[in-house]
Write a protein that binds this ligand. Structure first.
Ligand SMILES: Nc1ncnc2c1ncn2[C@@H]1O[C@H](COP(=O)(O)OP(=O)(O)O)[C@@H](O)[C@H]1O
Ligand SMILES: [Mg+2]
Length: 257
């Protein structure tokens, strides 16, 4: 039974150790995370601290070692096809058009394409890619490809979005533009989102809350609410309050952004 009031993601006392003999890497320990139904939460932490592992446990790809992982009140027991995931690399298929890439999950799930064709075009329009529906991925810039990957993640109307350093491979300027685009798309859909990033500035710009992870084994060191009005423009990055968030979070991480 889906609990109508439950948060999109609710994790309590999670630990994750790889391997079957109890001797593998302890990636996560005592992790508590909640993502509300319309919340945008970002996660920052040192390399190798278990960020990707956390997303894999939430998506059901990796089992938890102990603790509870719930989505909309239901315990996660394994992978389900309805999860919206976006990775660092857009992994589009070069032999398919952009429209066909966006429709790929529909084909893979054996659903009727025609039921989703209008939605695919609406998403491409939202992402500023409507005139590229018939183009091949190689004809698009890295940022455009990543926007297409976001459309693909949204086509099946996933209950929430998990994004693992989605803009990590992009140059700084494209990345800033992508942040603005993502905010625009998110404000239309208001999907619960958990996004991992290496950039503290990106984490602050996008988030309702920023979670800071410790080094491995990862646990949540801090949960910082970002009290900046929406919609946010790129110019918010130059304000003192924004700078203060970035400074405080960077200090927790021991980095300079
Ligand atoms: N499939 C796996 N099997 C064994 N160890 C893994 C596996 N995936 C990740 N790890 C280990 O778990 C730790 C956390 O990895 P990861 O979640 O990828 O970190 P992050 O995304 O924060 O960089 C690392 O020490 C990594 O080597
Ligand atoms: Mg990772």
């Amino acid at each position: 039974m889906v609990d109508a009031a439950a948060p999109a993601i609710e994790i309590a006392g999670l630990s994750k150790r790889y391997g079957h003999d109890g001797k593998g890497t302890l990636a996560l320990t005592d992790v508590d995370v909640t993502v509300g139904r319309h919340e945008f939460v970002t996660l920052v932490g040192p390399s190798g601290c278990g960020k990707s592992t956390l997303l894999k446990v939430i998506s059901g790809i990796e089992p938890a070692t102990s603790g509870s992982v719930r989505r909309f009140g239901e315990t996660v027991t394994g992978p389900t096809p309805d999860i919206g995931m976006v990775f660092q690399s857009p992994v589009l298929m070069n032999w398919r058009t952009i429209l066909d890439n966006v429709l790929f999950p529909i084909d893979a799930l054996g659903l009727k394409r025609r039921d989703y064709a209008d939605k695919a075009m609406a998403l491409l329009k939202l992402a500023g890619l409507e005139s590229f529906a018939k183009a091949r991925p190689r004809e698009l810039s890295g940022g455009m490809q990543q926007r297409a990957a976001l459309c693909r993640a949204l086509i099946y109307d996933p209950p929430f979005l998990l994004m693992d350093e989605p803009f990590g491979a992009l140059d700084a300027l494209t990345r800033d533009q992508m942040n603005v685009e993502l905010m625009r798309i998110w404000s239309e859909t208001k999907k619960a989102t958990l996004l991992i990033t290496h950039s503290v500035a990106e984490a602050v710009f996008l988030a309702d809350r920023v979670l800071v992870m410790s080094g491995r084994p990862g646990s949540i060191l801090a949960d910082v609410a970002i009290d900046l009005p929406r919609p946010r423009q790129t110019s918010v990055r130059t304000t003192p309050v924004f700078g203060e968030y970035v400074r405080a979070l960077s200090a927790m991480l021991g980095v300079h952004d």
